[in-house]
Structures are given as C-alpha cells and as structure tokens.
Design a protein around this ligand. Structure first.
Ligand SMILES: Cc1ncc(COP(=O)(O)O)c(C=O)c1O
Length: 377
C-alpha cells in the first residue's frame, strides 16, 4: 500500500492528457508547455564535446564552478545584481529544486501561501514536506495581478513560505514591480521565506519580468534552461538561496540529488553564455498569442485578459456542457485538439482549459480551425 503522502499526490493533468493524446492519431497538442524551437547549437556541441572529453563522473553537488559563474554573470547582465557562487545550487531541472526548497522551508503543519491559479504541482511539493497550501484568488479582471492585502490576510503564525511565479503558468500574467516589491517587504516584515519561480523569465513580451533578486538577497529563486533555451528534456535547473540557507540547501541537494548530469552542466553553461537575445522567440510567441487570442474571442471562449509572458492562455469553457474535464475529453476525442483542464491549476480556473502556444503557428491555426468546426455543429 503506498504511503498517505503518495496517495495524496494528485495527478498532473497536462501529463495525463499527453498520455491519452499519445494513444490517438492526428492530435494537435496544445496541452504541454514545451517550446517548439531548437536549443542553441552551442549547447548541443558543448554536451557532445563534454561527453567526448570523458566528463561522465559526479560533479560537486553545488554544480560545476564554471556553470555557476555563468549563472552569476547572467544575473549581473540581466538584472544588475551580484549573486555569489556559493548561493547557487545546480539541480537536475527546477522541479527537484522546488522539492528541495520546500523541504528546507516547510515544517510539518507549516503553510505556504500561493496564488490561484497556480502551477499544478505546487501543492504536491508542499505536501511532500508535510505542509499545506493557502491560496490567494486571482481574477482575469485585473490581469491576474495579486493584491498584497490578500496575501497578508492569508498569513498566520504557521506561514513559512510565500510562493510566486511570474511570468505565470497557467495564466501568462507578469507581476508588476510594485507587487513584487510589496511581497518582498511583507516577507521580510513577517520573517517568512519568499520563493520565486522564475522559469519563464526571458519569455516576457508585453511587460518586463522582474526578478525578486532586484529587491532582496533574502529569497529563493528557481530557474533553469527548460523554457528559455528550449531544453526541457535536458533536465537542468538551479536555485539561488538566501545566504543563511546555503549550507542546509547544500546538504539536501547532496543527499537527494547528488548532482545534475555532468555534460548537461557544460551544455547549460554554453546556452547561458550564448546570450540573452531572445527577441525573435519573444516576437514569435507574441504573434502566436495574438493569433490564439483573436480566435478565442471569435469562438466565444475568451476570459477578457491578455497574457504578457510565458506561453499559456486560459480559455473560458463555462458555456459548454459538462465540467472542464469532460469538455477537454470531448475536444480531444471529437475535435482532435489536446488542452489541459483548468481545475488542475486551482479553483479560480475551474471552468477553463489551458492552451499552450509553444507549438508552431501552423499547429495553432489547425487547432483553431478544428475548434471552430467542432463548436459550430
Ligand atoms: C511554473 C513552472 N515551474 C517549474 C516547472 C518545471 O520545469 P523544469 O523543466 O525545470 O523541471 C514548470 C514546467 O512546466 C513550470 O511551468
């Protein structure tokens, strides 16, 4: 019999839909958040060179110094902040990084406050540390921007973490600088850990995504190469830790992760050093967003907001018969379009489906044509 902890871990609907869709022919995939562009060629070359050079052993648990230097220089270049190498921990993807942070921050019974809609696995990470989550509801009416007072209202003596994500999955909202600064102050005044998932940084097209590191050293930042460099399957992420948490975090990473793959660390370094010029990618995503947004309005599924980053859009399916899971199943089986049911991302997205526009423009056009034909008959 699996443990209670395992039994309470909810499925990740996007992956479930992907699995279901994999058994059907001729499906347009808008369910997963996987960039369709190639990783930088220098990353592939660096991985091959690294393997050829025999870099197949464990590395330091913190990650190779040259990679950590590249990460530190990236923060200096992009945000003008100084991140010393000993505050950087390299991990096999940002997902295990999230787990390590929750194990560091949350005691049994502790609480983490996050916004709803949220990235579906967040509550599961908190649950593994025997904590639970409290949510601050967001609304499309103000572009899914969080209100500081609502965070304050949720916090109590058991609150150990505030978890934010901008640009956000599943809304694509980008938090404005004032909101981030307000949360930094709130976390500092209440002696609460601030955790910022910045995995979609660089993919902001209508508003600038700010790093919490611009306002404080006392925060955990999670990032990686998955989204920005189109390297999801390489499994490489990192954590910037507050100065006083580095030793404990290093112990967790040593025990549970050992290290990220040696040659992938070299590939990540090459990708990061290759530069931050993502203008073409950002332009492409913005065009696809506009294409999808216009179509969704014509189909009567719009939520009345415009994603400013990442590559997701929530569609309002409350006018269609059945709950979001039923609607997602029907659109998959009868229209051949795979979308993720919104309830996976919290109660605020209960009557929605999430569309990812990380796929090609042709595929998005095909999805729109199929949805149009299906919804009209
Ligand atoms: C908000 C958010 N955080 C973290 C991750 C996990 O990314 P990684 O590939 O680095 O594990 C994802 C992946 O979809 C995500 O959307």
């Amino acid at each position: 019999m699996p443990s209670n902890r395992a039994m309470e871990t909810t499925p990740f609907a996007a992956m479930d839909v992907l699995e279901k869709a994999g058994k059907l022919d001729d499906i347009v995939h808008l369910e997963v958040g996987e960039p369709d562009f190639e990783p930088p060629a220098v990353a592939t070359e660096a991985a091959i060179d690294s393997l050829s050079a025999g870099n197949v052993n464990y590395t330091h648990a913190r990650g190779k110094e040259s990679l950590r230097r590249a990460i530190s220089e990236y923060y200096d270049r992009k945000y003008g902040v100084d991140v010393p190498l000993d505050r950087i921990l390299v991990t096999p993807g940002s997902s295990p990084a999230l787990l390590m942070v929750m194990l560091d921050v949350v005691d049994p019974g502790g609480e983490v406050v996050l916004t709803d809609p949220y990235y579906a696995p967040y509550p599961n990470f908190v649950r593994q540390a025997e904590g639970h989550t409290l949510t601050v509801p967001l609304s499309p009416d103000n572009g899914f921007q969080p209100q500081l007072q609502e965070f304050e209202a949720k916090m109590g003596s058991d609150t150990q973490g505030l978890l934010i994500n901008s640009p956000a999955n599943p809304t694509g909202a980008v938090m404005d600088a004032t909101a981030i600064e307000g949360l930094v102050d709130l976390a500092s005044q209440t002696d609460t850990h601030l955790i910022s998932d910045e995995i979609y940084h660089g993919l902001d097209f209508d508003a600038d995504a700010h790093s919490v590191l611009e306002y404080t050293d006392e925060a955990f930042v999670l990032d990686g190469v998955s989204k920005r460099y189109g390297m999801t399957g390489w499994r490489l992420g990192w954590i910037i830790t507050p100065p006083e948490e580095t030793a404990a975090m290093n112990r967790l990473v040593q025990n549970f992760l050992i290290c990220a793959p040696n040659h992938v660390q070299d590939a990540a370094e090459a990708a990061i050093r290759d530069g931050d010029n993502l203008d073409d990618i950002r332009r492409t995503y913005r065009r696809r967003r506009d294409l999808l947004l216009d179509a969704v309005e014509d189909l009567g599924l719009e939520m009345g907001y415009t994603p400013a980053g990442a590559y997701y859009l929530l569609l309002d399916v409350s006018s269609l018969p059945g709950d979001s899971f039923t609607v997602a199943d029907r659109l998959l089986e009868e229209a051949g379009v795979a979308l993720t049911p919104g309830p996976d991302f919290g109660t605020q997205s209960e009557h929605t489906l999430r569309a990812s526009f990380a796929t090609s423009t042709e595929q998005i056009q095909e999805a729109i044509a199929r949805l149009d034909a299906y919804l009209q008959h």
